[in-house]
Design a protein. Structure first.
Length: 149
């Protein structure tokens, strides 16, 4: 199947966030409404729900288009995506007043302080998770859709 290779790459890329983000939304709604957490955590999902699936799809298309020149493994290519998403997400959150940067850490929703010492290992864990998702899930889907490299 050689037709519509870019569409197949896009669909393979959006598969994971399209499945995971509604589950996260459900979890956040339960925390907010059932457990009565007074922080408007649903605001934190607006950016990911709107942007992340599209970026996953475009990132997979970029992988397809550049793999012949870069020969970068798909897992490593996927692990680079948080390096793009984190600064964009932090900038949008800061502009919306959801995130404030301080000298010791960041403050979410003017209620939850997170020290920078805790952010670094979480970011490394995110890089590892993206690597594994891209290597095993997106790579598998690429092969199943006939675009595996």
């Amino acid at each position: 199947m050689k037709t519509h290779v870019w569409l197949r790459a896009y669909l393979a890329g959006i598969f994971v966030p399209t499945l995971v983000l509604p589950l996260l939304l459900t979890l956040f709604i339960v925390v907010r409404l059932v457990l009565r957490v007074p922080v408007p955590i649903e605001q934190a999902l607006i950016f990911p729900m709107a942007v992340v699936p599209t970026l996953f799809g475009l990132w997979n298309m970029l992988y397809l288009g550049t793999h012949e020149r870069t020969h970068l493994p798909i897992g490593l290519h996927g692990a680079l995506l948080p390096l793009l998403l984190a600064p964009i997400g932090a900038t949008v959150a800061h502009c919306l007043g959801v995130l404030q940067f301080g000298s010791d850490g960041v403050t979410w929703f003017r209620a939850c302080d997170v020290p920078y010492v805790l952010i670094a290992p979480c970011f490394v864990a995110a890089l590892a998770a993206y690597y594994l998702v891209w290597k095993y899930v997106v790579g598998f889907l690429n092969k199943e859709l006939g675009i595996g490299l």
